[in-house]
Design a protein around this ligand. Sequence first.
Ligand code: ZN
Ligand code: ZN
Length: 257
Amino acid sequence: MSLTPEEKQRRREERKRLKYEREHRIIYDVDHKLCTVCNTYKPSTTEYYYRNKHNSIDGLSNRCLECEIKISKQWAKDNKERHNELNRKAFKENRWNIKNIRRENSKKRRENGKHDEWLLKNPDKMLKYMQDRQHKNHNINKNEWNNCKEYFNNECAYCGLPLSQHYFTRKGITKLGDFHKEHVDHKGNNNLSNCVPSCGSCNDHKWKFDFEEWYNLDNKRYSQERYDKIIKWLTDDYKVYIEPPKPKGKYTRKSVG
Ligand SMILES: [Zn+2]
Ligand SMILES: [Zn+2]
């Protein structure tokens, strides 16, 4: 026997209704859905379930968000290489705007101390991190550096911390230390035209972010006054203090002397 199209349609609807009833339950007036992995009823919303456009019944995944995340974390652990490869690919194509998301996360982690925690737990990464940072060169003589600090009132150009309070701890000993010669443009010049004095904390948090991207109203260290001063220094005022580079070579000493 063959079914009429109407009958087929009716049965299809009936199957959907039954499936919906099996998976859903009203709890405290809220529609809940059963997760097929943890066997728990959770509110049938995108807060608890990923969307799944192939699910014609409620448009949601059959596994709750928590379970989905657990499963994909486990998968990433078991398939490290494939996972890294996919990550690299996504990054290259900037899928889901992943580059921005990573930058934002990185910024957050530096502000809330998670980055420091991670470094402490990973001594080998810590070593590499320190080495990377020390690779920055500077083409600034002592006089220029002193004038630069003087220009900024011997305060961190970003947060205003006075040099007289710039303590750091090394090997368990806390002592006063000099500011960092901060490259405002991470990839820019090594001379005074791209340098402001920065405390260790700001130096660490700015990392390789662009100045404008990092130093703005969202940054609790930000002040309009200091921002203006940095801009003024970088565009004009450094020129007052920058000295012509010393000529190199073995004959120069005599001719200068
Ligand atoms: Zn679940
Ligand atoms: Zn600072």
